[in-house]
Design a protein around this ligand. Structure first.
Ligand SMILES: [Mn+2]
Length: 313
């Protein structure tokens, strides 16, 4: 039996479903979870998340009701996440499954430790996004996609493919996007809301950071922002998000590093577009992690950091 048929069976027989959206939710996790809720209006489906929902997503999807405290249900679903700690429910989930709520995981990342808890683990890393897998599930369950559901799914597809620019974009992704738009998905609303908009604080912060850029012999373009600058500008950590991606577009750069000083050390964000660079490897020097293209760390040892940058930080 196909995984979507197995999951269909579990979803069909459940009346009350709790869907866990991972910490620091992104468009794919939220879009996938919300699409599932919207697809089954007669079921009692609730969304759970330990982080606040970013307003950029509610601007597209409308208000999204989530609860923090996990409650009993016939079925628990985790979407777009395969690692227990990343769910935000590392304490509660094992207890919930022990007390009889089966867990279904739907994810497009590599299989993680949730497989040990899951009654059914549908991890398909060949899928572009979790939204793609949820679309397959809804197709299997013969759910007609209205504009609302289609918009939720398209948001997942759009954000997790970087606006159809990342290598996980293929003909199936674009065919699905076309289908969703045909069902009424509001592409314009998504692109408009997610366009590289920034607040005045961000604009100033980015301008400041851009002025600090240096490229070393290895082609690592780095920008750094001190705690004092963050304070002076009234900026928060989230205001620096996206900066490493932008820096990475510098012709002379082979990779980018954005360092933001926090109370606990320098938070580093690494990005590359070069196949022969490995950001994960670099991040592990500071107990960080990520993928070849994108990684992060918290450097508490300024000496090592200085060595990498060939100068003190
Ligand atoms: Mn995803």
């Amino acid at each position: 039996m196909s995984p979507e048929a197995d999951v269909s069976r579990l979803v069909s027989s459940a009346r009350q479903i709790n869907i866990i959206v991972h910490r620091n939710p992104d468009g794919d996790s939220l879009g996938s979870a919300l699409a599932l809720k919207q697809a089954f209006p007669k079921k009692n489906i609730r969304l759970f998340c330990k982080s606040p929902i970013p307003s950029v997503f509610t601007a597209i999807l409308g208000p999204i009701e989530t609860a923090e405290r996990l409650e009993n249900a016939d079925l628990i679903m985790v979407v777009d996440c395969s690692e227990l700690h990343h769910t935000g429910y590392a304490q509660e989930l094992p207890n919930a499954t022990k007390s009889g709520s089966p867990l279904v995981v739907i994810d497009h990342h590599r299989q993680g430790n949730l497989v040990k808890l899951a009654a059914f683990n549908w991890c398909d890393s060949t899928a572009s996004t979790t939204a793609e897998l949820v679309s397959q599930l809804l197709g299997n369950m013969r759910i007609a996609l209205n504009a609302e559901i289609a918009t939720s799914l398209l948001l997942g597809l759009y954000t997790d493919t970087g606006g159809f620019q990342h290598p996980n974009t293929n003909s199936a992704t674009l065919r699905l996007a076309g289908h969703l738009i045909g069902c009424g998905a509001k592409l314009q609303q998504i692109t408009e809301s997610l366009a590289a908009r920034r607040s005045l604080i961000q604009t100033k912060l980015w301008g400041y950071a851009m002025n600090t850029v240096e490229i070393d012999k290895k082609g690592l373009a780095s920008a750094r922002i001190s705690r004092q600058t963050m304070k002076d500008l009234g900026a928060g950590a989230e205001d620096a998000a996206g900066l490493a991606n932008l820096l990475c577009l510098t012709n002379e750069a082979r990779a980018s590093l954005v360092l933001v000083e926090t109370d606990s050390g320098w938070r580093g964000t690494l990005r590359t577009r070069h196949k022969d660079m490995n950001m994960h490897e670099l991040a592990t020097l500071f107990n960080g992690k990520g993928t070849r293209r994108s990684a992060g760390f918290l450097a508490t040892n300024e000496l090592i950091l200085g060595k990498i940058l060939d100068e003190p930080v």
